[in-house]
Design a protein around this ligand. Structure first.
Ligand SMILES: CCCCC/C=C\C/C=C\C/C=C/C(=O)SCCNC(=O)CCNC(=O)[C@H](O)C(C)(C)COP(=O)(O)OP(=O)(O)OC[C@H]1O[C@@H](n2cnc3c(N)ncnc32)[C@H](O)[C@@H]1OP(=O)(O)O
Length: 265
């Protein structure tokens, strides 16, 4: 699949100022360099378009996004790893600071980088079911970067965030609702999108510029840190990948994912 097809943008059927942005990298929308590049390009295009709002969702029936593609971190080509991390930073900055009204229709699992994308939006409706969402990096033997943490702190309390991150917690849909990691539950993807549209409607009579400026002021802290430390953050990521213990943890995690599959056959 060419990178052009990894993300689709379609106007909402009832309101052509709202973009439905769909990630479609089977099987689980894991965020590899190409999907991140497609997201980055889409966010650029949206920022200069007539769309005033977007709903981020996934074409998978059970997974919003499985987070970063682990294969981008396991025994990586270091030049590509730099480009990968830099593109992830750009996607986060563009989405978190977007002038558009942003909402996530979370139609399935959203671990780690998947949770980051959802938290970067202003509103989250998640389909009920046996899905999970959270920053589970420590469970993989890796450390969520500071700006992942800042993003979670923009969503739930510091105490909940610290416990969740140190334990690598993946919240069930009910737990996520209780701590405020999601705003609403939905019965299916269509319902989740409709709930996001309901959130977007609240801004019908609010002028866009003061709205987006207010949002950006609320979000300035985490953003300023990353903008000032972009290269240092890339260097730290690449350095981190060189640790044998990190590679070992990733290898074990990949085996675990594969054996999980064998068990259910
Ligand atoms: C201070 C130092 C700072 C420096 C920073 C350094 C490091 C930190 C770096 C980054 C932070 C990391 C962020 C991340 O996002 S890491 C990724 C975390 N993701 C996960 O843990 C999710 C793993 N996946 C799952 O749990 C499940 O797949 C699922 C999402 C619940 C879906 O389950 P389902 O049963 O539907 O699918 P399968 O498990 O059978 O998967 C199908 C297929 O996809 C492969 N796969 C799944 N997830 C990933 C992934 N994240 N990356 C790559 N591949 C993935 C899986 O292995 C199967 O592959 P197969 O070939 O066997 O079909």
């Amino acid at each position: 699949m060419s990178s052009q097809n990894l993300v689709t943008v379609t106007p909402d059927k009832d309101n052509d100022e709202i973009a439905i942005v769909t990630m479609q990298r089977p099987p689980v929308n894991s965020l590899n360099l190409e999907l991140l590049q497609a997201l980055s390009k889409t966010l650029d295009e949206l920022s200069t378009s007539d769309f005033r709002a977007m709903v981020l969702t996934s074409a998978s029936p059970t997974v919003f996004s499985a987070g970063l593609d682990i294969m981008e971190m396991y025994k990586p080509d270091l030049k590509r790893a730099e480009q990968f991390w830099s593109t992830l930073q750009d996607v986060w900055l563009k989405l978190f600071e977007s002038n558009l009204i942003t909402a996530a229709a979370i139609n399935g699992h959203a671990p780690a980088g998947g949770c980051l994308l959802a938290m970067s939006c202003e509103y989250r409706a998640m389909v009920s079911g046996k899905y999970s969402i959270g920053l589970n990096e420590t469970a993989l033997g890796i450390v969520a970067p500071r700006w992942f943490m800042d993003c979670m702190l923009n969503t739930i309390s510091q105490r909940e965030a610290e416990i969740a991150l140190t334990t690598g917690k993946l919240f069930s849909v009910e737990e996520a609702l209780k701590v405020g990691l999601i705003d609403e539950t939905a019965k299916d993807k269509e319902d989740a999108i409709n709930k996001c549209l309901g959130f977007i409607e609240k801004f019908e009579s609010i002028p866009p510029l003061p709205r987006s400026m207010t949002k950006q002021k609320f979000r300035a802290n985490g953003v300023q840190w990353l903008k000032a430390n972009k290269q240092a953050d890339i260097d730290e990521f690449v350095h981190f990948l060189k640790f044998p213990q990190v590679q070992q943890s990733l290898e074990m995690y990949i085996h675990m994912l594969k054996s999980k599959q064998n068990k259910s056959e």
